[in-house]
Design a protein around this ligand. Structure first.
Ligand code: UD2
Ligand code: MN
Length: 522
């Protein structure tokens, strides 16, 4: 991208609205700083509010409420970003924010941050899509407040649609040439939209995301990622999204800190796309319920059907990441699996087997996907094999798998399990949980996706590094799993801990990969 010296453009459209003016003096959370509170010294009433805030949102609403809606953030961009020359004429964007029972302060801080950091000439409108919330503050109070803001309107679903169909409501209503989606707990930073619009102006099939920074769910501190700390989006074979490092080969293609970074997938919530491009690609599968899979669907589709997906390093938006979802799932968590199966059926070709193995081939009723398959055919899209070879070759390790399945210890009858914090434990083998599925590769790795079982002074799971000294294992007929470089065997001690031990003939050192046979068609 061309970089030249140029004076900064006026980047705000809000100087005349008193609600949007910057607050002077000191206040909690200024410049993205943390807000620490002492719960012990709170009144009983405050404590009640504090715990309720966590319960309703799974983030610290109490702290969010203390921070002004107009808090000023540091300019987190790389210095080079200030010198990028943008086209004078760029397409205008609708900003679509879907929410279900969002807190007042996080929702409106999202809206304020858009208005304060987007020149009005690029902002067609802000559409708030209420996905059938029940919180009273999101009814009339929100309506009255929004009337005082420029260019913001609310549309409401008539029943709980889930975030995917809520986004489709926004897509239908939007007037902008470009659509920019945001979650309802974001904070946009200085000039966040222009880099994305510019990329789309250069290539109408470009889909772009900002760098998604982290607004701490406890203190609301704004943590930014830049340079090598920027991760790309990837996926795992249980069809979940993950962040991944930019490997050396990819890095070579990036010449300057302002260059777009190609990303195999997107996290899902924050991106810009031309409205007609989104339509042409068949938007989202409307059969996706509540949450999940739409992010991988759109990612695969963009790459496989003629588009590009990139992260714009000069565009930064913060998002409150949280550990679990606070809202109800009308049809239960099994929707998540059904979404995944619909995704795999349509887009993964023969690779869907990898996912189904991990589900123990229990697919259930996932509805009709023939329309989606037709769409893929009509768009003349590349195969998933093409996607892997050309867009995400790091995932091709799956072709070298000897066996995949839960790894059971003969003595205990329990299976090896990596807890979400990467520590190891044993668990019931019948638990159908992706973190239970290990793959032995032809090169002697024991993998769970991009992570490898490794041993030096302890046994841990690390991002696979290709370091054979610590990551190479041999599985023997006897069931022994030998760690090659230390010449010791995987063992389960009396406390139920997985350790390395001198190899002897004992059941605690015997392991087997449970085979997951594909059921025969009746
Ligand atoms: C991530 C994405 C999210 C979405 C999801 C997969 C980011 C930062 N977030 O999860 O946008 O792609 O992965 O589906 O990339 N909502 C509704 N109706 C519902 C449920 C949620 O409108 O039934 C809203 C919700 O208020 C929020 C947005 O959808 O604004 C995303 O939900 P989330 O914040 O729980 O998802 P997140 O960030 O964990
Ligand atoms: Mn979110």
């Amino acid at each position: 991208m061309k970089v030249l010296k140029q004076k900064r453009i006026d980047s705000t459209n809000v100087t005349k609205n008193p609600l949007l003016l910057e607050i002077q003096g000191d206040y909690p959370g200024k410049y993205g700083g943390p807000v620490n509170i002492n719960v012990a010294s709170m009144t009983e009433e405050q404590k009640k509010q504090y715990y309720l805030g966590w319960q309703n949102n799974r983030f610290n609403q109490f702290v969010s409420d203390l921070i002004p809606l107009n808090r000023k953030l540091d300019d987190v961009r790389e210095p080079e970003c200030r010198n990028v020359v943008y086209r004078e004429i760029l397409p205008r964007s609708s900003v679509i924010i879907c929410f279900h029972n969002e807190a007042w302060s996080t929702l409106l801080r999202t809206v304020h941050s858009v208005l304060r950091n987007t020149p009005s000439k690029y902002l067609e409108e802000i559409i708030l899509v209420d996905d059938f919330s029940s919180f009273p503050h999101l009814k009339e109070p929100l309506e009255n407040y929004v009337k005082k803001l420029p260019n913001v309107r609310i549309i409401r679903s008539q029943k709980r649609e889930g975030l995917i169909r809520a986004r489709l409501l926004g897509h239908r209503e939007a007037k902008g040439e470009v659509l920019t989606y945001l979650d309802s707990h974001c904070e946009c930073t200085e000039d966040w939209l222009r880099p994305m619009l510019q990329r789309i102006a250069e290539n109408p099939m470009a889909v772009v995301t900002p760098v998604i920074d982290r607004v701490d769910e406890t203190t609301f501190k704004y943590w930014t990622f830049s340079g090598p700390a920027i991760n790309i989006g990837v996926f795992q074979w249980d069809l979940t999204f993950n962040w991944g490092p930019v490997h050396r080969e990819r890095r070579k293609a990036i010449e300057s800190p302002v260059d777009p970074i190609k990303s195999p997938t997107m996290a899902g919530g924050l991106f810009s796309i031309r409205k007609d491009t989104f339509s042409k690609l068949g938007t989202y599968d409307p059969g996706f319920e509540t949450w999940g899979s739409e992010n991988l669907e759109i990612s695969f589709k963009i790459w496989m059907c003629g588009g590009t997906l990139e992260i714009m390093p000069c565009s930064h938006v913060g998002h409150v990441f949280r550990g679990s979802s606070p809202y109800s799932w009308p049809k239960g968590m099994s929707e998540l699996r059904t979404n995944g199966i619909r995704l795999a059926e349509v887009w993964l070709d023969e690779y869907k087997e990898e996912y189904y193995k991990r589900l123990g081939y229990v697919l259930g009723d996932y509805g009709d996907v023939s329309e989606r398959k037709k769409l893929k055919k009509d768009l003349n899209c590349h195969s998933f094999d093409w996607y892997l070879h050309n867009i995400y070759p790091e995932a091709l390790w799956v072709k070298n798998v000897v066996i995949v399945g839960p790894l059971m210890n003969k003595l205990s009858g329990t299976c090896f399990y990596i807890q979400p914090d990467d520590t190891l434990a044993m668990a019931s083998c019948s638990m159908r949980e992706p973190l239970l599925y290990y793959a032995l590769t032809k090169t002697g790795e024991i993998r769970i996706d991009m992570r490898c079982l490794a041993a030096y002074d302890k046994i841990i799971v690390i991002t696979c590094s290709g370091n054979r000294g610590i990551e190479e294992w041999t599985v023997h007929q006897t069931g022994h799993i030998l760690h090659l470089s230390s010449n010791r065997c995987l063992d389960l001690n009396q406390d139920g801990k997985v350790i390395l031990n001198k190899c002897i003939n004992t059941p605690s050192q015997m392991w087997s990969f449970l085979r997951l046979e594909k059921p025969q068609k009746k």
